[in-house]
Write a protein that binds this ligand. Structure first.
Ligand SMILES: Cc1ncc(C[n+]2csc(CCOP(=O)(O)OP(=O)(O)O)c2C)c(N)n1
Length: 589
């Protein structure tokens, strides 16, 4: 006979003035404007799921937590609101980590709510807890990339912590915040109205008029000034102010990867992206500038040609003024004449006011020089736009996609040819329609982030352009798109391998060992179109170059998600700049 004692004490009946925390929490999410939570279930979060299911907040269930985090990231990028993720503990949280870190490195506001083991099992190492070196330490996994990690030890703290999470993820330099909730705390009673405090509206840090006059004077009197725009300009929705400043002082604009779209692609002052995959005209203008005003950028390695002064920036002698939301970004890689901690939109707005009626140095043939530089570079690839070669030229895929995609449609890239080629060669005319993973450059981002983008803007087209490596990293996105009824389009640039790295290895070592998809020494090909159809989605296998454009038009009009698989030559993206890794590789015997 069992000697185990059965519990005999009935749970205490809560007084009428209390309500279970999870239900109040779901209502709080509604109150702070959360429309959708992306996540994946587990025994630690079903209390919260029940509450979400009974709320107005939509829950999108993914098949992998990384997808949930990328989708929330995509949603946040196009709405400017925090993305919200719900994750189970242990393996759920570690699965989500890549997506959350990707959001962190691109300064995307996000709140991650994680279930955890029961608080009263502290130190007993319960099921699925991460605790090898410290009790109850799963939150530590998120420490290096979250702005703050909270473990909720007492139910009474939950409302305050949640308010802090929504405040912190959006304030200063945005980024993810983790709220780790032991599952018994979802079920705890809290006084009705416990979740009342909402994040304070924030006036963004701006620029004082005297400093603005100094900066404007410096730009006006410079011989060869450049404005260098980063993702901070787009995140702050400051593109109109940027254009106004550039036009007022006749200053050309170069940009980072995340800054693409900061000016209309046909704006006569637009130089283009800098760095390894940049445009020569942009690298040259920056390298020869006497003054650069950098706004909302961390002057990162890829866009700065690994900071080698021979390629993109030569600072000094170029003088640098740097405006950024994060003081830690100022002065890291270059001597900086003046650093300003401010929101890009606020600061550019004050600069535009200060620039009114200010006379600037003559700029000579600046606009003609830019046009010629851009034309000359395009001549390297524009003859491929109509190439009927099959497997297709990547440039043809880009040009067909540009023709088919409405100007306000979203293009969400992954990493590989898609990201590097689009940043360099794909015209973007509506700010915020180019979405890409920059800081962490996570393969698998694009196919998942497009889900959040489409969720936020169901009436606008949303295409994920992705390599076959990136697409097959997390192909269950198709199932999620079907379930959530998100008619997105994935265009898979299929070269049977991790093409970019295969090319890099081949260039330095003469083969592509470990980078190609092969079986028994022969190319291993996957029929992603058939896979899509098995999910109930549309799947189109392109058989000749001419089939792509009509397939794109049809897919964009379709009411169900579509995978278009376009076989592609593994041709490298031009690299006018420099990347230090190429100095490192050494082949031996
Ligand atoms: C998660 C992750 N693993 C590895 C890499 C390194 N990486 C950068 S590009 C690339 C190849 C991507 O292959 P594919 O998606 O097929 O695109 P392609 O390069 O062929 O255009 C890899 C593996 C990465 N960025 N992210």
């Amino acid at each position: 006979m069992s000697t185990l004692r059965q519990p005999t004490v009935a749970p205490p009946i809560a007084p009428a003035s209390t309500r279970i925390a999870a239900y109040q929490m779901a209502e709080y999410l509604e109150q702070v404007g959360v429309e959708v939570v992306f996540g994946l279930c587990g025994h630690t979060v079903i209390g919260m799921l029940d509450a979400l299911g009974k709320s107005r907040v939509r829950f999108v269930t993914t098949r992998h937590e990384q997808i949930a985090a990328h989708a929330a990231d995509g949603y946040a990028r196009v709405t400017g609101k925090p993305g919200v993720v719900l994750s189970h503990l242990g393996p759920g949280l570690t699965n989500a980590a890549t997506g959350v870190a990707n959001a962190a490195l691109d300064s995307i506001p996000m709140v991650v709510i994680a279930g955890d083991v029961q608080s009263y099992f502290y130190g007993r190492h319960p099921h699925q807890e991460v605790n090898l070196h410290h009790d109850a330490s799963q939150v530590e996994i998120y420490r290096p990339f979250c702005k703050r990690v909270y473990r909720v030890d007492r139910a009474e703290d939950l409302p305050r912590i949640l308010e802090r999470a929504f405040h912190l993820c959006q304030s200063g330099r945005p980024g993810p915040v983790l709220v780790d909730v032991p599952m018994d705390i979802f079920s705890a009673d809290l006084p009705v109205g416990a979740f009342q405090k909402t994040p304070a509206p924030l006036a963004r840090p701006t620029l004082d008029p005297a400093t603005a006059r100094t900066i404007v004077q410096a730009l006006a009197s410079a011989q060869r000034p450049v404005i260098y725009a980063g993702g901070g300009v787009l995140a702050a929705r400051a593109t109109a102010e940027l254009a106004a400043l550039a036009e007022a002082l006749e200053v050309p604009v170069a940009h980072t990867l995340m800054g693409k779209g900061c000016l209309h692609e046909r704006h006569p002052l637009l130089l283009g992206q800098t760095g390894f995959w940049g445009l020569p005209v942009s690298n040259d203008a920056c390298r020869n500038a006497d003054l650069i005003l950098a706004v909302g950028t961390r002057l990162a390695e890829a866009n700065s040609s690994s900071w080698d002064p021979r390629f993109t920036f030569a600072i000094p002698p170029t003088r640098l003024i740097h405006i950024d939301a994060d003081p830690a970004e100022i002065g890291r890689n270059y001597p900086t004449e003046l650093g300003v901690v401010a929101d890009a939109r606020a600061a550019l707005g004050v600069l535009v006011d200060a620039a009114r009626d200010v006379k600037h140095n003559p700029r000579g043939s600046l606009r003609e020089d830019i046009a010629r530089g851009r034309r000359e570079f395009a001549a390297h690839y524009d003859h491929q736009w109509k190439s009927s070669q099959f497997p297709m030229r990547p440039e043809r895929i880009l040009s067909d996609l540009r023709r088919a995609l409405p100007e306000d449609g979203f293009l969400v890239t992954d990493v590989g040819w898609n990201k590097n080629g689009v940043a360099q060669q794909f015209p973007i005319t509506v700010p915020g329609t180019f979405i890409t993973p920059s800081g962490l450059a996570t393969m698998g981002f694009g196919p998942a982030a497009v889900l959040g983008v489409k969720m936020a803007h169901p009436h606008r087209a949303a295409v994920s352009l992705v390599g076959d490596g990136g697409f097959s990293a997390n192909p269950s996105v198709v199932a999620t798109a079907m379930e959530a009824d998100l008619p997105v389009v994935w265009v898979v640039m299929d070269n049977d391998g991790f093409g970019t790295i295969a090319g890099l290895e081949n260039m330095h070592y003469g083969w592509s060992f470990g980078c190609l998809f092969e079986r028994h020494g022969k190319p291993y090909h996957t029929d992603y179109a058939a896979m899509a159809r098995s999910f109930g989605a549309r799947g189109v296998a392109i058989q000749s170059a001419g089939e792509l454009y009509p397939a794109l038009v049809e897919a964009l009009a379709a009411k169900v998600p579509t995978v278009i698989q376009a076989p592609m030559e593994n041709a490298p993206t031009p690299t006018p700049g420099h990347w230090d890794i190429n100095n490192v590789y050494r082949a031996g015997d």
